[in-house]
Design a protein around this ligand. Structure first.
Ligand code: PMP
Length: 434
């Protein structure tokens, strides 16, 4: 296929890098999401809204490390904050002054009382759900089918995932995203066993149907089950995250990505009471005390992540979120227009700075409906975009430094790619041609 041939010829050094790396690393690198066919790109540097690979191809970045870099690559203020910390030491083996400053910034935005930092969103969810189990004394977790809350045993995207012991599997219950009735029925039925319900307020490119988040909030509150919002991605959709955008408050919020300024990070917040198992009781010397539930981690609240994250959040005032959402609107409406004018039916989803194209003519609102999307067309579209100077993967997004001319380039590239793909669409999915 011409798109694949062009991709291969433009990315010779990436291909060689992959051939070598796959002899050393399963699938050629350490993040499963960064493998795609025929081979993934090997990147060398980024600046602002652009990224360069080892073949020196320059592309507009629409990945930003899977939604992390809300200020783009190497923002001067982030570089300055991280450099200052780097000169003062990487990790100091003790609390730093930056950690509570970042906490204050985040807690103020969410109206929460306390928080803990972790090195990843995965660990934020691991700890948050353990805290919920410790606090409630209950064993089960309910989550949405197909939702990703990190790579660990208790929250597989779907039941029957490889390597999860039956005993662990039995402690996870599922309901479809956007199905308020199913959520209510499940939560009411299992309320005495449920330690927490975890939901992404906006699940990848799927946005909540009116009333869904409200219904989940109401039924969890009525039944005294802590509600966790996984805002690892969605914290970027407004100054107060998706909960600010949709006006629904959870009991616990987990996050990551943007709050570390490009360094490894995760965090969870809640009202003070829920965090009580983590508090160290204050006692008079010579007594010693320790919290009921202890969590440690050599790289938790990494000083570089705290410094860089604080620099990002100080820069991202409410108008900056409005601007980036407007850029997102332009991309979504431009993509819809290009598809329509080319006579191709596909679903353009997302909210604020997040967007995506799903190759289906169905409405996409939960795991099952998202399965109707053609994955080959998804991959080929991305390759065609990469051939035209746009780096796009599974969680497309724009950042505060995405410029008007970047958007114009992206939309031209999308139109040309869709046009080029039409014979393939005709072969694979003729129902998508108008
Ligand atoms: N939750 C959600 C909603 C995510 O999208 C991700 C990662 N993409 C995670 C949790 C895990 O975060 P991390 O990759 O930092 O471990």
């Amino acid at each position: 296929m011409k798109i694949v041939e062009e991709y291969t010829s433009k990315n010779r050094k990436s291909m060689q890098a992959y051939e070598k790396a796959k002899t050393l690393l399963p699938a050629g690198n350490t993040r499963s999401a960064l493998y795609w066919q025929p081979f993934p790109l090997c990147m060398r540097r980024g600046e602002g809204s652009h990224i360069w690979d080892v073949d020196e191809n320059e592309r507009i970045d629409l990945n930003f490390n899977n939604t992390t870099l809300i200020l783009g690559h190497n923002h001067p203020k982030v570089v300055a904050a991280a450099s200052k910390q780097l000169i003062n030491g990487t990790v100091l083996g003790a609390a730093t002054e930056t950690e509570p400053r970042l906490a204050e910034e985040i807690l103020g935005r969410l109206g929460a009382d306390k928080m803990r930092f972790t090195p990843s969103g995965t660990e934020a969810n691991m700890q948050a759900l353990r805290v919920a189990r410790a606090y409630t004394g209950r064993p089960l977790i309910a989550k949405c089918l197909g939702a990703y809350h990190g790579s660990w045993d208790a929250v597989p995207m779907t039941p029957g995932s490889l390597g999860v012991p039956e005993a662990v599997e039995a402690s996870t219950l599922y309901f479809p995203y956007n199905d308020a009735e199913a959520a209510q029925t499940l939560i009411r039925r299992r309320r005495l066993e449920l330690a927490a319900v975890i939901v992404e307020p906006t699940m990848r490119d799927m946005t909540p149907k009116p009333g869904f988040l409200e219904a989940v909030r109401e039924v969890t509150e009525e039944n005294d089950v802590p509600l966790v919002f996984d805002e690892v991605i969605s914290f970027r959709v407004s100054h107060g995250g998706a909960q600010g955008l949709y006006g629904v408050k959870p009991d616990i919020t987990t996050m990551g990505k943007i709050i570390g300024g490009g360094f490894p990070v995760g965090a969870y917040t809640s009202k003070a009471g829920l965090m009580s198992p983590l508090e160290a009781p204050e006692v008079e010397l010579p007594q010693v005390s320790s919290p009921a539930l202890g969590f440690s981690g050599t790289f938790n609240a990494h000083p570089l992540a705290m410094a860089a994250g604080l620099a990002v959040l100080k820069e991202m005032k409410p108008p900056a979120y409005e601007k980036i959402a407007k850029t997102g609107d332009e991309v979504r409406s431009g993509l819809k227009k290009a598809l329509e004018e080319e006579g191709v039916k596909a679903h353009v989803g997302g909210v604020a700075s997040l967007f995506s194209v799903s190759w289906t003519d169905k409405e996409v609102y939960d795991h099952q409906s998202s399965q109707s999307a053609d994955r080959v067309l998804f991959n080929v579209f991305n390759l065609g975009m990469m051939n035209r100077g746009v780096f796009i993967l599974g969680h497309p997004n724009v950042s505060a430094v995405t410029k008007k001319k970047d958007v114009e380039h992206v939309l031209d590239a999308a139109r040309e790619t869709v046009r080029e793909m039409k014979p393939l669409i005709g072969d694979r999915a003729p129902h998508l041609l108008a």
